[in-house]
Every structure is written in structure tokens, then in C-alpha cells.
Design a protein around this ligand. Structure first.
Ligand code: ADP
Ligand code: MG
Ligand code: ZN
Length: 643
């Protein structure tokens, strides 16, 4: 926990002192030293100049007149009112004459004879001399210069602390120009997503050849909203549209609108749209638009004025567009349910494109795309990997490929093998193995029985997914895990499957409770997941006989549009009925599991003991254990029959 805290602190500091705003070697301390040194130089320069003459002895005019009459003076230099007097014996003295009167006149007034005066060399120096002016102005100027210098120095400091203050308002969008071959992405780089690409091809057509559409009076959509789970390639697809059409691509993330300074979001939006109009035809891409586009005026999720103003400005800009402006706004979100309905009105983001998680064939294509630049061993079979990775997004598959390459490189092999890919699947799902985390003997036993419980229930119940691997090597946050793989991909889940899933989820909990007579914190995550599942059955899918066919909550799980937490559209009475129904589903499932564990105690022991011994059991070995105890493992065909 402490680690975590330190990290956030560092990040914060980095933000207020962005890299590059302060050149290396210009630490605040050094700057202060520099300022001090410059100050000292100025001060000493001043005292040097003002010191001219102050060293020499000063004589009064009458004295000077007497000395001249006595013939003791050889030279007088006149600078304005000042007189530098050199005596015959080499002494140097200074004196002053009355301002505005010639020296000779003054001296004559002191009754110096013309003859004596002619013995003295008199030199008049230009009054305008630099030194003269400097000498007389320095006392006034130096403090002013010094104050200005301090001010300049301080503003430098401020600038160093937040360079962004000066890029205020300007949009932070990144632009990719169509001529940039390195960054160019086309539909070829996007695997699968057939329908999405089909929809977007129309947009590409328009951007390539707008005249054709405008001539016939067609209104081209201004806004396109890409929706889909994280990692399904929304950002990638938006870039591909720009790449296909060969137009400029301005991309900005929703969260960047509201960064750092309040009141900047709206002006950023304006700048961004102006920029894009100048570069038209162009695409503006607002990634993660839910960061600014949440439902307004609810106060939920940190509702702030800043976000609303930014959103309003986006709406204004969208409305202000002429259809012939050839700028298309694309936006992406994985939370379409929280978006403000105003964004989805006709004339705004009225085109919606949904990206689904890839199916088996698409997964293989995605793997192929990311396999392009990697050397593979002979044994690699990407279609098998695709089969084993249901539920993986494009981004997951990308990181799977990457992990495999890293594994191969770490083991000093020049080619990626099938084994690397298989190990990477688990790594992507669960996070890296934590070999260093040692379980105590007691913990190990408990974990083994817990996982064996999940696995046993999954093998006995007809509608549960079969077990693919069990392990008590901790990964990520989990101490152990049982991996189940659906035999085929399902778009629809039935009530029976849900009920069996809940039972499997409770397997670990019931084993701990019944066999060890105590419950640890271990199954808390299992309980959360199963309870949520049971609740969804009742409130979303109409799978409860008591409640009947009614959807009580919106698809997001939160009440519609997130209007206020705890703000439900059903009464307390109905709420209580839901709770009763959920807990009856849970306790039915628990009874079912208790029965299975009692009946198959021998198998449970066998699985657990084997786990303690070898820590990881693969599918083949697991099925062997089942068979020796008279349970037939599920095969692909059986399930297809049942479905
Ligand atoms: P999203 O914006 O939907 O969260 P991204 O577009 O950022 O997802 O996808 C992340 C990465 O996953 C992409 O850069 C790409 O490498 C990979 N990816 C995702 N979907 C696909 C796909 N359909 N085809 C090829 N690569 C994909
Ligand atoms: Mg994205
Ligand atoms: Zn568990």
C-alpha cells in the first residue's frame, strides 16, 4: 500500500514540473545563485563608477583660485560642473564650479589673473559622455533594473512550474497527416469487425468524394459513435478510416479536455474544431468521450461545471457545422450507457457502430495480423490459440503475441513456439505467476480443496463449462484458480447454465465450510461474482419465477442513466422481494453443491491431494482422475446435444 502511495505522489510532482520546461542544470537553487551573482556584479559596478573622484581630495573654488594664482596648478579637466585638477607636484584633486558659468569667468571672479590662468592647461570634456551619464543616473537606474530583474526571475520560476499555463486553451490534439506513411493504418490492419467496417466504408467514400454525395443532396452524418468493450479496436478503427480516406486525423482524449485548468475544456473544443475545418477534409476523433459526455446535471460521478461546459461546446460545434464542411467527428466509448442523451440526438452522434469481442475466426485473423513481423517455429498453430481464447479482445490478443515473443527472447530462442503462446494465454488472463509467494502447509491444503471444489462441481453439473486447468500457484491476486473453458462460444446463456455457474462458483466456499468447518476470506470474490449473477437473473433477465418477466434495471447494472445512486425505479417492497429471490437462488445452489460434495468426497480428495503434490493439473490428467472415479468427462459433442 505504501508503495502505491509513493507512486501517486511522484506522478503528481511530475505533472507540476513537466519534463522539458526547465532545462537540465537550472534547478531553482542554481537559478537563485545566478541571480545573486548578477546582483553582486551590478552593485560592484555601480560603486566602481560612482567611486570615480571620490578617492581624490576635494578643494574649494577659492582654494583652487589661490593655487592657480600661486602657479601650483598645471591642468584642469572640466566635466560638466566637475573639475579634475592636476597640480605641478603631481597631486590630483577635484573641485566644483558653479553650474552654467564658464570656468574662466568663475576664476576671474575669484580674481585670478589672465596671465596665471594661461599657464594652466584647461581641457573641457564632453558632458554627454557615457560615464558622466552613467555616473549621474546609476543611483536612480540601478534599483529599477534590480527590481525588474527580480520580477523577470520570478516569472521564469512560475513558468517553470507550469509551462502549460502558456499553452492555455490551445487544443492538445495530436494530428496525423495523410502523408505520414509510418503512422498510416488502413482497414487491412483491422481484422474481423466486418459490419463495422462496412458501415464506415460509407464515411470513407464521402471523405474521398464529397461532391458525389452533396450534389445529390444527401446529408452526411456529422458524428459517428464507436461503441465496444475496451480493446476491441475502436481507436484503431477510427485511425483506419482516416487512413483509408487519406484525410487528416485529429485525435484527442476526453480526459485531456478537462486536464489541469478549469475553464479550458470549452476553448480547447473550439480550437480543435477550427483547426480541423482549416485542414478539411478531416476527421476529429474524441477518444473515451464518456469522460466529458456523461449525463449532465446529475451530480453523480463528480459532475462538474467544467465537464458540462466542454460537452455543451462539443454540442454547439456539432450543430454549427455545415454539411459541406467535410469534417466528420468520430468518438469512442466503452460506456455508451452513461452518455448524455443530447449527444445521441439526430444530427449529432446519430450513427452508432458497435464493435463486438472477436469470435474464433476473427481472433485467428487478429493473431495473424500481429504475427506478421514475428519469426515462428514450425509447431505454431494459431487456430488452436484462437480456439483457446474465447472472450479475448483484440488488445488481449496483441499482448498475448507480445508476451510470447518476450518469453522466447528471455529463453534465448530466436523463434516463438506454440508453447510460448500457450503460456502467454494464462499470463494475459491471470497476470504473471507469483512463484515467490509461498503458501503455508495449511494454506496450501485449504487452497487445494477450494479449487478442487470448483473443479468437481463443474465436472458433475451438466451445464457448467468443463475444467481446462487447475492450479494452486498464485497469480495476480488469486491464490489459486480453476480455468474453465466454454466448449463453444455462446452469445446467449440459459437459465440452467446460470444456475450451474453459480453452483460452480460456490464450490470453493462450500468445501471450506463443510470440510474445514470454517470459512476464510478466500472465497469473498467468488461470493461477489455469484451473488451478482443471481441478482442479474432476477432483475435483468426475467429468470425468476416469482418476479416474472420484468427488467428492473438497465443493462449497465446501475439504474437507468445513473440518475443518482440508490435511485431505483421500483419500490421497497419489490426491492425486498428481489433480495429474497436472490438469496433463495443462492441457498438452492449451496444445497446442490453440498450434495455433490457428499456424494463425490473421494474424487474431491483425490483432486486435492494431487494438487498439493504437483500444484497444477492439466485437462488430460484431470479427466483421468474423473474417469478412475467413474465420472465421464464432458466432451464437445455432449454439450452440443444439450444446447
Ligand atoms: P479500444 O480503443 O477499443 O480500447 P484499441 O483500438 O486501442 O482498443 O486497440 C488496442 C490494440 O489492440 C490495437 O492497437 C491493436 O493492436 C489491437 N487490436 C484490437 N482490435 C483489433 C483488430 N480487430 N484487429 C487487429 N488488431 C486489433
Ligand atoms: Mg481506445
Ligand atoms: Zn474460488
Amino acid at each position: 500500500m505504501r508503495d502505491q502511495l509513493n507512486k501517486t505522489k511522484k506522478v503528481l510532482i511530475k505533472k507540476t514540473h513537466p519534463k522539458g520546461s526547465m532545462p537540465p542544470g537550472r534547478s531553482p537553487f542554481r537559478q537563485a545563485m545566478l541571480a545573486l551573482i548578477i546582483f553582486l556584479i551590478l552593485v560592484s559596478a555601480y560603486s566602481l563608477f560612482s567611486g570615480i573622484g571620490s578617492q581624490a581630495e576635494e578643494v574649494s573654488l577659492s582654494e583652487l583660485a589661490r593655487d592657480i594664482s600661486a602657479g601650483a596648478v598645471s591642468e584642469i579637466v572640466v566635466m560638466g560642473d566637475k573639475l579634475a585638477v592636476t597640480y605641478e607636484n603631481g597631486d590630483e584633486k577635484i573641485s566644483k564650479k558653479e553650474a552654467g558659468t564658464a570656468l574662466s569667468t568663475t576664476l576671474r571672479n575669484y580674481e585670478v589673473g589672465a596671465e596665471e590662468l594661461s599657464q594652466v592647461r584647461i581641457e573641457v570634456k564632453n558632458d554627454q559622455g557615457f560615464l558622466y551619464w552613467f555616473g549621474s543616473l546609476a543611483p536612480i537606474l540601478l534599483p529599477i533594473v534590480f527590481v525588474l530583474f527580480i520580477l523577470w526571475f520570478l516569472t521564469r520560476q512560475v513558468r517553470g512550474a507550469g509551462m502549460q499555463a502558456f499553452t492555455f486553451g490551445q487544443s492538445k490534439a495530436r494530428m496525423t497527416s495523410p502523408d505520414d506513411k509510418n503512422q498510416r493504418v488502413t482497414f487491412k490492419d483491422v481484422a474481423g469487425s466486418k459490419e463495422a467496417k462496412e458501415e464506415l466504408r460509407e464515411i470513407v467514400d464521402f471523405l474521398k468524394n464529397p461532391k458525389k454525395f452533396l450534389d445529390i443532396g444527401a446529408r452526411i452524418p456529422k458524428g459517428i459513435l464507436l461503441m465496444g468493450a475496451p480493446g476491441t479496436g475502436k481507436t484503431l478503427l477510427a485511425r483506419a478510416v482516416a487512413g483509408e480516406a487519406g484525410v487528416s486525423f485529429f485525435s484527442i482524449s476526453g480526459s485531456e479536455f478537462v486536464e489541469m485548468f478549469v475553464g479550458v475544456g470549452a476553448s480547447r473544443v473550439r480550437d480543435l474544431f477550427d483547426l480541423a475545418k482549416k485542414a478539411a477534409p478531416a476527421i476529429i476523433f474524441v477518444d473515451e468521450i464518456d469522460a466529458v459526455g456523461r449525463v449532465r446535471g446529475t451530480g453523480v460521478g463528480g459532475g462538474n461545471d467544467e465537464r458540462e461546459q466542454t460537452l455543451n461546446q462539443i454540442l454547439v460545434e456539432l450543430d454549427g457545422f455545415e454539411p459541406n464542411e467535410k469534417v466528420i467527428v468520430m468518438a469512442a466509448t466503452n460506456r455508451p450507457d452513461v452518455l448524455d442523451p443530447a449527444l445521441l440526438r439526430p444530427g449529432r452522434f446519430d450513427r452508432r457502430v458497435t464493435l463486438d469481442l472477436p469470435d474464433r475466426k476473427d481472433r485467428e485473423e487478429i493473431l495473424l495480423i500481429h504475427a506478421r513481423k514475428k519469426p515462428f517455429a514450425e509447431d505454431v498453430n494459431l487456430s488452436l490459440i484462437a480456439e483457446r481464447t474465447p472472450g479475448f479482445s483484440g488488445a488481449d490478443l496483441y499482448s498475448l503475441m507480445n508476451e510470447a515473443a518476450i518469453l522466447a527472447a528471455r529463453e534465448e530462442r530466436s523463434k516463438v513456439s506454440q508453447f510460448d503462446l500457450i503460456r502467454s494465454i494464462e499470463k494475459v488472463i491471470m497476470g504473471p505467476e507469483r512463484k515467490s509467494h509461498l503458501l503455508s502447509k495449511k494454506e496450501k491444503e485449504l487452497t487445494a480443496y477450494h479449487e478442487a471444489g470448483h473443479a468437481l462441481v463443474a465436472s458433475v453439473l451438466p451445464y457448467a463449462d468443463p475444467v481446462h486447468k487447475i492450479s494452486i500457484i498464485s497469480r495476480g491476486r488469486a491464490l489459486g484458480y480453476t480455468m474453465k473453458l466454454p466448449l463453444e462460444e455462446r452469445k446467449l446463456q440459459s437459465k440452467k447454465e446460470f444456475l450451474d455457474d453459480i453452483a460452480v462458483g460456490l464450490g470453493g466456499y462450500v468445501v471450506e465450510k463443510n470440510i474445514f468447518g470454517d470459512v476464510t476470506t478466500g472465497p469473498s470474490n467468488d461470493l461477489q461474482i455469484t451473488t451478482a449473477l443471481a441478482r442479474d437473473m432476477v432483475t435483468k433477465y426475467g429468470m425468476s419465477d416469482k418476479m416474472g418477466p420484468i427488467a428492473l434495471e438497465a443493462a449497465s447494472g446501475k439504474p437507468l442513466f445513473g440518475m443518482g445512486v440508490g435511485d431505483r425505479d421500483y419500490s421497497e417492497v419489490v426491492g425486498a422481494a428481489i433480495d429474497a429471490e436472490v438469496s433463495s437462488i443462492m441457498s438452492d445452489a449451496m444445497k446442490k453443491v453440498e450434495k455433490i460434495i457428499k456424494e463425490h468426497r473421494k474424487v474431491l480428495d483425490a483432486i486435492a491431494l494431487r494438487l498439493i503434490e504437483v500444484e497444477t493439473i492439466e485437462q488430460k490428467e484431470f479427466e483421468d482422475i474423473l474417469i478412475t472415479h467413474g465420472i465421464t468427462p464432458k466432451k464437445k459433442k455432449d454439450i452440443e446435444h444439450q444446447a
